[in-house]
Write a protein of this length. Structure first.
Length: 140
């Protein structure tokens, strides 16, 4: 299986992950505050992410169920991970050296998306409740 590399803006935090096959977008209030817009990322539900040890990677306890990783030198928003399911992590798509040709598969928390932007395409659109239900379905 091929891998993709990634890093923060200053290059202090470096990582690699399995090859990506699609992109997802989260419109939740927390993601928009964290990134300044919608979070555009690659979801990895089977793990396989390798992060080089560095003191610059900091994890912020953003909710009861998740943490967000960022570089404390350049401020790059990099990772989102679930506390109780270490097999799930999302990486900011802009931090990865991704190939061309990837498609947008789904938008989540569409019920929290503001009306001042819209993404083109016919991708799946899930509310927050529908997304959490799909996460439970994936575990069964």
């Amino acid at each position: 299986m091929s891998r993709v590399n990634g890093q923060c803006l200053c290059g202090e935090v470096k990582f690699s992950a399995p090859e990506a096959h699609h992109i997802d977008v989260c419109h939740c209030d927390m993601c928009r505050r964290w990134t300044g817009s919608a979070f555009i990322g690659v979801d990895y539900r089977a793990g396989g992410i390798e992060i080089a040890e560095t003191e610059s990677l900091v994890w912020f306890n953003s909710s009861e169920w998740a943490e967000r990783g960022f570089c404390n030198k350049c401020g790059s928003s990099l990772f989102y991970r679930l506390k109780e399911d270490d097999s799930f992590m999302a990486i900011s798509a802009g931090a990865l050296d991704l190939p061309s040709g990837l498609t947008l598969e789904k938008e989540i928390f569409i019920d929290e998306k503001p009306d001042y932007y819209a993404l083109a395409g016919d991708q799946k659109k899930l509310t927050g409740a529908e997304f959490f239900a799909s996460m439970q379905d994936d575990k069964s």
